[in-house]
Design a protein around this ligand. Structure first.
Ligand SMILES: [Zn+2]
Ligand SMILES: [Zn+2]
Length: 94
């Protein structure tokens, strides 16, 4: 079974068959983010894919790899500004 290390907590996470580079996996220890899978020359690794909950509908939005505090996300026809605190992103009404 293929496995990747969580870049945050270091746990080894087994990958289900059929996952492709760019797909998301879950770390059982880390609730604030998912893991985005990458493959390079047959070697699999993961980067953090931060997530944020919409303050309005609680939908969980997975943020792009190059996200940074101050970026805007859209949900529910509104725009929210991202803040980064305590290792996690939050969405605040702009
Ligand atoms: Zn983890
Ligand atoms: Zn929403």
């Amino acid at each position: 079974m293929r496995a990747v290390g969580c870049p945050d907590c270091g746990a080894s996470i087994g990958l289900a068959a059929g996952l492709q580079p760019g797909d998301l996996a879950e770390c059982p220890n880390c609730a604030g983010h998912a893991l985005r899978l990458h493959e390079s020359a047959g070697h699999w690794f993961a980067t953090l894919a931060y997530r944020v909950s919409c303050p309005e509908c609680d939908e969980v939005i997975t943020l792009p790899d190059d996200v940074k505090a101050g970026d805007l996300v859209r949900c529910c026809g509104r725009t929210y500004r991202l803040t980064f605190e305590f290792g996690a992103y939050a969405a605040e009404e702009d």
